[in-house]
Write a protein that binds this ligand. Sequence first.
Ligand code: BDR
Ligand code: CA
Length: 315
Amino acid sequence: MAVPIFIDCDPGHDDMMAIMLAVAHPQLELIGISTVAGNQTGERTFDNAGRILTLLNRTDIPLARGADAPLCRKLVTAPAFHGTSGLDGAELPSSAVPERAESAIALMARAILENPGPVVLVPTGPLTNVAMALRAHPEIADSIERIVLMGGGVFDSNTTPAAEFNIFVDPEAAAAVFAGGVPITMVGLDATNKAVLDYDQIAQIEAMGGPVSRVVAPLMRFFSGANEELFGINGAPIHDALAVAAVVAPDLLVTQDVYVAVETQGDLTRGQTVADLYGITGLAPNASVALGVDRGRFIAMMIDAIRRLDETVVA
Ligand code: BDR
Ligand code: CA
């Protein structure tokens, strides 16, 4: 039976890859999507999610717009990586997703509670909506099997020398989620910076020439260009898609169960995910932290998903 997942995201190039994998993978059922401000403004990330679902002919998947700003800070966006649209490089159709009165938090709670069994929650943006949903509807915690989130890093960072973008943008929300008692898999930069779609693989996608691959190839060229320029990475690290992949194939990751706390105060360390690798605090682990990835198997899964979408989406 397919695993029901709910994605909370801020599309974003790699968020788009995460949604595509969730839609295409036969062992996953995407029961809803909420958007949050992060890579771009709340307005843009919501519109981008609508465009993605329209491209994929899946406007039936419930989509709701969430927080426009972090819990108690000013929004920081990431135009250097995702452009002014949030999805620069891609030519996407206008969103044909029907308007919905329900907020992201209401949709997230309802989708989780109405599902007959536990749901895996996959946040791929700042954790604002997730923290708000857990606070407003604490009863959902029992119906969430696990939170598999993209964020943080034990040794690696990308926004300050100490912090990864999603956690940096809303550290208070992240701190609440890590302290919230729901089991967490932290798919952070130690794994996702190695989950790279290289230039040959982008060319391979381009050569597929289908309705989805035609959009994905230039999108990934833009994203790899930004990552090469800023971090010297040879290709596109598709961070968020790895979190979705880890739901169906947890053994793609090398993990360690540890206690993780999020720094909210430090001038230099705001948004750092402080991981107690050696059990120094004596506190029980609250997260399974990804430290490595089987890149070959993950990228094969992603390319297979794009192939499936090319076959199922009508051009
Ligand atoms: C994360 O930050 C965003 O820019 C990406 O979409 C990803 O979720 C990587 O640090
Ligand atoms: Ca993201």
